[in-house]
Design a binder for this molecule. Structure first.
Ligand SMILES: [Zn+2]
Ligand SMILES: [Zn+2]
Length: 414
């Protein structure tokens, strides 16, 4: 048989070069070989849940949590109604101190590496932007570099604003590195271990840190999604999720699904030992329905609501998408090129053209990026279209200045 563990994980989708989804490939191979596939997850993708609902997959449920551990309790921390220090609400800081005094470990999750997302000029509000992308460079204090997480571009930290020449540059927002620094002030006698791509890039570093955590000593663990996956840390009794708000207002219709999966995965790190775990969610939007679901309900309730919403809006899995992307160094060429294609396909029945639009990150590594999403109820029909495009697009719309690609079932819409 083939087993796909954590089947919802977006990293199963190969985005560069030959684009494919590992889950789809596994289903196809298993079908060819006549063997079963097991898709495992505590937070199944809405696609797989839909397939189970449709009777295409059979649905097996684990009724008990592994071992004797209990589900953690979830607390909502409304950041509008409390003092905060160093991006942490005071009630969370107090609870952290309590858990550490009881000999427990505390884990803080933040989905951003580095010290701060950007440096801002206090005089003219100029922000450190990447010169090759429509994005900002992240300030890494340890290495004293500004690094673009999208194209890898880096240069030494600026001490002077490029807009007005002022030297008053301050970090805005928060990343793992900054939390680590602030914790040293808030908890001077407690060990802090940071787990992210920057702090574990050297050989053996990751294992060293895991050993440190597994010693069981009271400590604070700070990390990115790297800490969300699979690790068993029995002494962690409290998990704090520092920043969930970014995902609530995303242009990606899957953002709420990704957030819910992440929160459940991170929460799964709490209370795996004998002490009942707690999860704290910090937010400025406590009334948001996704936040309410995360706190009051289970993932399956969220999934049910999210599926009904997708159905109403006719979004995947109730329809199918392909995205045609165009990249070029000429500013509006990609948009024109995709508009022509959209017009060409407009008269075909059963296809809905969404766009073309600039990609959310319109400029990346010096290239302008545009996208055309094509939606259809019929998957076979869409597949036929893809085959036809791959064979003929360069003939009907030849332009050497454009690099185009087709992505079936797109997940990353950046
Ligand atoms: Zn960049
Ligand atoms: Zn300035």
């Amino acid at each position: 048989m083939i087993i796909i563990d954590e089947e919802h994980d977006a990293s199963f989708k190969q985005q560069d070069g030959f684009k494919y989804h590992c889950r789809s490939l596994a289903l196809y191979r298993a079908h060819q070989a006549g063997i079963p596939v097991v898709l495992g997850s505590a937070t199944p993708s809405l696609e797989s849940l839909y397939n189970a609902e449709q009777g295409k997959f059979s649905y097996l449920q684990l009724q008990k949590r592994a071992g004797n551990s209990q589900l953690p309790t979830t607390h909502l921390l409304d950041l509008n109604r409390c003092q905060s220090q160093a991006s942490l609400g005071q009630p969370l800081i107090d609870e952290m101190a309590k858990q550490i005094n009881n000999g427990q470990q505390v884990m803080l999750f933040i989905n951003r590496r580095g010290f701060a997302p950007v440096l801002m000029c206090e005089e003219c509000h100029w922000l450190t932007e990447c010169s090759r992308c429509s994005s900002f460079t992240t300030y890494h204090k340890g290495s004293n570099l500004l690094i673009c997480h999208h194209c890898g571009f880096q240069h030494p930290t600026l001490h002077q604003c490029l807009g007005c020449g002022s030297t008053r540059m301050t970090p805005v927002g928060v990343g793992t590195e900054q939390i680590e620094t602030n914790l040293a002030t808030l908890f001077p006698n407690v060990d802090v271990v940071r787990l992210d791509r920057d702090s574990t890039s050297k050989k053996g570093e990751f294992d060293n840190k895991l050993n440190q955590i597994n010693s069981g000593k009271p400590m604070i663990i700070v990390g990115t999604q790297m800490i969300a996956k699979g690790h068993h840390f029995p002494n962690v009794s409290l998990v704090g999720i520092v920043d969930v708000d970014g995902a609530l207002f995303s242009s990606d219709f899957r953002a709420a699904e990704k957030l819910s999966q992440l929160v459940v995965q991170v929460a799964g790190r709490a209370g795996r030992g004998s002490v009942k775990g707690q999860v704290w969610l910090q937010t400025k939007f406590p009334e948001h329905p996704v936040i309410q679901d995360l706190v009051n309900n289970e993932y399956k309730d969220f999934a049910k609501f999210a599926l009904s919403e997708r159905k109403m809006l006719n979004l995947p899995p109730y329809s199918h998408h392909i995205v045609i992307r165009a990249e070029t160094t000429v500013p509006n060429l990609g948009l024109e090129w995709l508009s022509n294609l959209s017009n060409y396909l407009h008269d075909y029945e059963g296809l809905l053209m969404l766009g073309p639009t600039p990609a959310p990150m319109t400029r990346k590594a010096g290239k302008f990026r545009h996208m055309l999403t094509i939606q259809s109820q019929s998957r076979p029909y869409l597949h036929k279209l893809v085959n036809w495009l791959l064979e003929n697009l360069d003939t009907i719309q030849k332009d050497n200045r454009i690099r185009w690609s087709v992505d079936v079932d797109p997940i990353d819409l950046s």
